[in-house]
Design a binder for this molecule. Structure first.
Ligand code: BES
Ligand code: MN
Length: 458
């Protein structure tokens, strides 16, 4: 039996196992789920061992959740070594966020599977696991040497990934690095990621009076910290949708007209998906760029959360003592997260009036952007594999999101390729997250073909 036949015959069980993994609430940011995250790590470790790979868990000194490392290195020196990366942790999910079915009770409906983590990124991790199983169980071996790392802290910012690479990076050396996360633009139209954005995050705290005060007694005589905070963040963009932080765009890589034309192939699909999913009244962003370019080749600054004062039921006429905001910048190639944080810090200090005090803290989740070499052997092999199983060529896409390990992996592998199999409209991080069921089958077939066709030299 061929690996592809094995995958087809065993697909019902592969789906059952995906549901099992999705039912484990491996939310890495919420301590009440620590045991669940560990359960997911143990579940994956057992699966890797069962299919004939060695498996271990590595917990960094400051880590909260272990990395799972699976290996099979018996393909010989002539065969390439492929490092596959995935993550098993998920974002938080509550019914109250608008779920129609319980987020950790995977539910099939209309050809989709609903559940937190289905799209981001358990379908991707399971795809690789099942491709490896199909090859090992039929051929008794893999065509390549495989190192498979599955991270448990990606959704909380991969804050221990650099320490992990410092300590264990030499064990990860490989010819190819496969970032198995993200997805394709449309269920029937695969896309291939040619870049991922980096990220830097900060928390801004604005202090005014030493305590909450009566807004009648003191209002109008004190600069309200919420107002001051809003004044500061309102100045972080100009009327052209550009970030005003001086130096922010200094090293940003410009894309040539030819490169932009190539990237524009995705626009009809991208804009359709944007219309269907975003539900916003109108487009907004940096003038002169398409929605795909605004989220892919341009850096951005976002306010992720804002808090202060009294906003619960009823009214409290209060002049609050503090206000907070969470700010993140998505970065593109050539921007250094450390420098961008420094520029942001300097500018926010300049914008702060002497009527309030501020504290800006950098969060421990910075990562550089990464541009993938689209002419590499790994990318060509991946595109061919998608085309074989989807029947149409994969079109290039710049991912707006970040997988913090990507740029940090560069020193350990010769080529990096991203192979995601979810679909963008599958509501990653949102309510009713879902995957298209028939794509799980095509994904496994594509992953098998990739491993069968990747060679040591292109
Ligand atoms: N799967 C996403 C990132 C992604 C999106 C990759 C689209 C490829 C295509 C990943 O799980 C994610 O959400 N990353 C976070 C990282 C952050 C917490 C540092 C993100 O981008 O917000
Ligand atoms: Mn995610």
């Amino acid at each position: 039996m061929s690996p592809h036949q094995y995958a087809q015959q065993n697909h019902p069980r592969f789906l059952t196992e995906l549901k099992e993994l999705v039912s484990i609430p491996s939310v890495s940011t919420q301590p009440q789920h620590n045991a669940d995250v560990q359960h997911a790590a143990d579940w994956l470790t057992a699966k890797l061992e069962k299919i004939g790979m060695s498996a271990e868990q590595i917990l960094m000194p400051k880590g909260r959740h272990p990395l799972v490392l699976g290996q099979w290195l018996e393909a010989g020196d002539e065969a390439p070594t492929v490092l596959i990366y995935g993550h098993y942790d998920v974002q938080p999910a509550e019914m109250a966020d608008g779920w129609l079915t319980p987020p950790f009770e995977p539910t099939e409906k209309d050809g989709k599977l609903f559940g937190r983590g289905a799209t981001d990124s358990k379908v991707n991790t399971m795809t690789q696991l099942k491709a490896l199983e199909s090859l090992l169980q039929t051929d008794g071996r893999l065509p390549v040497n495989v190192k498979f790392i599955i991270e448990g802290e990606e959704e909380s910012g991969s804050e221990n990934i650099n320490a992990f690479l410092d300590a264990h990076g030499d064990r990860l050396n490989a010819d190819y690095g496969v970032i198995c996360d993200g997805g394709i633009v449309e269920p029937d139209q695969p896309s291939i990621v040619c870049g991922l954005r980096g990220i830097v995050t900060a928390e801004l705290e604005v202090y005014g009076p030493s305590k909450d005060l009566h807004s009648g007694h003191y209002g109008g005589s004190i600069h309200n910290p919420i107002q001051a905070l809003c004044e500061i963040i309102a100045q972080l963009h100009d009327e052209n949708g550009r970030v005003t932080v001086p130096g922010f765009y200094d090293n940003v890589r410009d894309f040539s007209p030819l490169e932009r034309e190539d990237l524009a192939q995705i626009d009809p699909y991208f804009n359709q998906e944007w219309d269907n999913v975003a539900g916003a009244p109108a487009h907004w962003g940096e003038i002169g760029y398409s929605a795909h370019e605004r989220t892919g080749i341009r850096p951005t600054l976002e306010i992720n959360g804002i808090a202060g004062g009294y906003a619960a039921e009823g009214f409290k006429t209060v002049l609050p003592a503090t206000a907070h905001a969470k700010i993140s910048c998505r970065l593109v190639a050539n921007q250094d997260p450390v420098r961008i944080y420094q520029l942001l810090e300097k500018y926010i200090n300049e914008l702060t009036p002497d009527t309030v005090m501020i504290k800006l803290t950098e969060c421990d989740m910075g990562a550089s952007a990464y541009l993938i070499d689209m002419s590499s052997h790994a990318v060509k092999t991946a595109r061919q594999a998608y085309e074989t199983h989807w029947g149409v060529p994969a079109i290039p896409e710049m991912a707006g999101g970040s997988v913090p390990i990507t740029a940090a992996l560069d020193p350990f592998v010769s080529e990096i390729v991203a192979m995601g199999f979810a679909h963008k409209a599958g509501q990653p991080h949102g309510p009713n997250e879902n995957i298209i069921l028939r794509n799980y089958e095509r994904a496994i077939a594509t992953a098998i073909t990739f491993l069968q066709t990747i060679t040591k030299t292109g």
